[in-house]
Design a protein around this ligand. Structure first.
Ligand code: MV4
Length: 448
């Protein structure tokens, strides 16, 4: 097992990884920008290294500085968390080339899934159901029009280098398609430096359902069930739950089995998430995430499995040590993301935290790096806390979640707690009756 792990991240996820290390008797190294001198992740770690000025590109995205920090502290492994360098294949490769273990999949698998066309080809070959679409890249308007005739309107154009919704355009007619094609390419070029796009049939009312998997270096693969992440705003998840209120036992068993088989065929290892759209009882692969995800705690709550601990064990070469039949699913969990934002306009709201009180009690977990007197810096993502509630039933979970949201006090800045409070009382949400478009309609006053 590793003796010391460098955590190449900040905020709540750096704390989360530190805690798994502590539980395993592994020492930790924090890295931080000059804006994060007083951050909790730095205070908790055994050692810390300043890696640069506040802008992420000069610190948390600075590959050479992070590898130098790992080298001088004699760290055996690097955990990248989520965001930043977590899905950067070149970084994973550089870390390994320096004789340090990258806690995650191979650089090749990260590269494969980062390019959405190679990802989809690999997914199809591995037996995952995919949205009908173009065979690879669409290079011209003529090719786009021909592809659309084949699958029927509406269609969606997506950036090969994309993910997270950038460079995505839908079209309901040939006229719209010509404009959408040009716009998608220029957006993709601007956002990713790569104009390449592909096409799919546009699904109008799907849910976003993702399967958490774990795979070791010895051929063992398990899934830890699904998460329903349909509640998003501008491609940012707001609230996630496990299990999905939309799946029955049959659908759950089927997609879990298909996901494990595919992971085995791909030779993938470590933790991963396969994302699907789910509509009219069918699953359609869209992307695979090769990192730990923000919403992993809901899966931990219903399985009792520490996903970060498993990532570390797998990276160290340990066998999973259990089979699918040993994974026991129990109860229901919901995560609310709390952002330092105006709950009406979503404008960022950095600043100094005044009073701070976190909820607790049975079935409540808070992952956050905040403390009273802490200054939320303006340079990074606005998510400052995750509140996770667990109950034996969805209703018990909801009651605890409402109770916990009511106890949460964060003074000095604006947060999205008021929005979460409204959301967990909305009749459609309480009934589990929502798709990927519901939240935007709810916020526009068009859904309850
Ligand atoms: C789609 C889709 C409908 N049809 N693909 C958005 C981000 C990217 N990960 C995939 N996305 C979508 N792909 C087809 N063929 C609708 C979306 C989509 C979406 C997906 C998941 C969660 C929220 C979403 C919000 C808008 C659009």
């Amino acid at each position: 097992m590793f003796d010391k792990i460098l955590i190449a991240n900040r905020g709540e996820i750096a704390l989360r990884i530190h805690r798994a290390c502590r539980d395993m008797g592994i020492k930790t190294v924090a890295v931080h920008s000059t804006a994060d001198h007083d951050a909790m992740h730095v205070r908790l770690a055994d050692e810390s290294v300043c890696i640069g000025p506040p802008p992420a590109r000069d610190s948390y995205l600075n590959k050479a500085a992070i590898i130098a920090a790992a080298t001088i502290t004699n760290a055996d492994a690097v955990h990248p968390g989520y965001g930043f360098l977590s899905e950067n294949a070149d970084f994973a490769q550089m870390v390994e080339e320096h004789g340090i273990c990258f806690i995650g999949p191979t650089a090749e698998h990260i590269r494969m899934m980062g390019d959405k066309i190679t990802a989809k080809r690999a997914a199809l070959a591995a037996g995952l159901p995919c949205v009908p679409g173009s065979d690879g890249a669409v290079e011209s308007e003529e090719q786009a029009l021909a592809a659309a005739e084949g699958m029927g309107y509406p269609v969606i154009i997506k950036a090969t280098a994309g993910g997270g919704g950038k460079g995505m355009k839908q079209a309901r007619s040939p006229d719209q398609l010509r404009d959408a094609f040009r716009l998608a390419r220029s957006e993709a070029k601007a956002a990713f430096g790569n104009a390449e796009v592909y096409m799919e049939k546009y699904l109008q009312h799907p849910r976003h359902i993702e399967i958490q998997i774990l795979a070791d270096n010895h051929g063992a693969v398990v899934h830890l069930g699904e998460r329903d992440c349909s509640l998003q705003r501008n491609h940012q998840k707001v609230l996630e739950e496990a299990p999905s209120p939309a799946l029955n036992a049959d659908a759950r068993e089927r997609i879990g089995r298909i996901a494990c088989e595919a992971i085995g065929r791909l030779g993938y290892r470590n933790a991963g998430t396969i994302e699907f759209l789910y509509e009219n009882g069918e699953f359609y692969f869209i992307e695979m995430n090769t990192r730990l995800q923000v919403e992993h705690p809901v899966t931990e709550a219903i399985t009792g499995i520490d996903i970060v601990r498993e990532q570390i064990r797998i990276a160290a070469g340990a066998p999973l040590g259990y089979t699918q039949a040993d994974v026991r699913f129990a109860g229901h969990a919901i995560e609310c993301r709390i952002n330092a934002e105006d709950p009406e306009t979503f404008a960022p709201s950095p600043g100094r935290i005044g009073g701070f009180h976190t909820p607790g009690g049975l079935g409540v977990r808070v992952d956050s790096g905040l403390y009273s007197g802490y200054m939320v810096p303006p340079h990074y993502d606005s998510m400052i806390a995750k509140l996770i509630a667990f109950g034996n039933t969805r209703n018990e979970c909801l009651m605890r979640l409402r109770r916990a949201l009511g106890e949460f006090v964060i003074e000095g800045i604006k947060t999205t707690i008021p929005l979460q409070n409204r959301l967990v009382n909305a009749p459609d949400f309480v009934n589990g009756d929502y798709d990927i478009h519901w939240l935007e309609r709810f916020m526009a006053g068009e859904a309850q």
